[in-house]
Structures are given as structure tokens and as C-alpha cells.
Design a protein around this ligand. Sequence first.
Ligand SMILES: [Mg+2]
Length: 180
Amino acid sequence: MVMQLKFLTPTYMVDSIYDLTVEELRNHGITTVLTDLDNTLLAWNNPDGTPELHQWLQDLKQGGIELIVISNNTNKRVAKAVDALNIDFVAWSLKPLPRGILAVMRQRHLQPQEVIMVGDQMLTDVWAAHLAGIRSVLVKRLIDSDMWQTWLNRSIETQAKKIIFKHNPNLKWEKTLRDN
Ligand SMILES: [Mg+2]
């Protein structure tokens, strides 16, 4: 049996979520960006976000692209993080289960091809996107934290990446959404 790990293979790999411009999202037919919270949108050591984040949020708003946080964290934690930023969210989403993503798509009558999921972990964010039938963007962690909760996931991901890169030689870290 050939193990290709398609369910963990991101559609795109981009250095940072802030690299996704309105123009590029539009060119890919995307109206709604779903994003992981921790280490994707915000770093734990910088809860207020960087000027880069604030600029990006403003660009999306002006460009009419909707942003929604899909997090496995608790309601309290996610609300505390994003309320000041005025972003809708789903907490306790149990990624890799797709239910948080599917709930948002159902509520807003979104088609799979207009939604994209962005996150820093293949075992939660990319897998959940795959199960929901939407495209995914893997991003680099904003900071290399030593949170023990993610240590096991990261060890598995390191091994999974070796297999995935072998089967997808064109998949590389990019600055844009490059179709392979
Ligand atoms: Mg994360």
C-alpha cells in the first residue's frame, strides 16, 4: 500500500497568513477565509497582534472578504483574543473534525470552492479542511513556542511532511497561493 497522506496534504503552503492579499484571494474565488487562532493569526506572546495583523484585517474588510476564526480553544479564551479585533469565531471546534467549518458554511450558505482554511497544523487545520471538502493553506508558526500540548502533533507532522513532500515535489513554502 502506498501511503500518500492526502488527508494531511495542504492545498497551498504560504509563509504567513498576512501574505494572503485580497486580490489573490479574489483571483482564487475565495469570499471567506477561515483561520486557526493560535500561532496562525496571533502569537501567544503578542495577544494584541502586530501592526501587520491590523493592516491585513483592515484590507480584508475593505476588500469584502470575510474572516472567521475556527479554534479548538475554549469559548472564553477565543473570545478574549478576538473580541477586540471584531472577528466572528467558532470555539471548541474539535479539529480535525470538520463540524466547525461545516457549521459556518451551512449558516452562511457558502459553497466549498469559495472557502479556504488557514492554519499552522496539519493534524488539525489541514485535516479538518480536507474532511470539510475545502482547500487549505498551511502557514509557518508565528513563533516557535514550547507548548507541550503541541509537541506530539509536531513530531508526527515532521514525519508526515517527509512523506508528503516526497509525493508532492512541487509543494513548497511560497509567498502566494501557487497552484501546482
Ligand atoms: Mg495553531
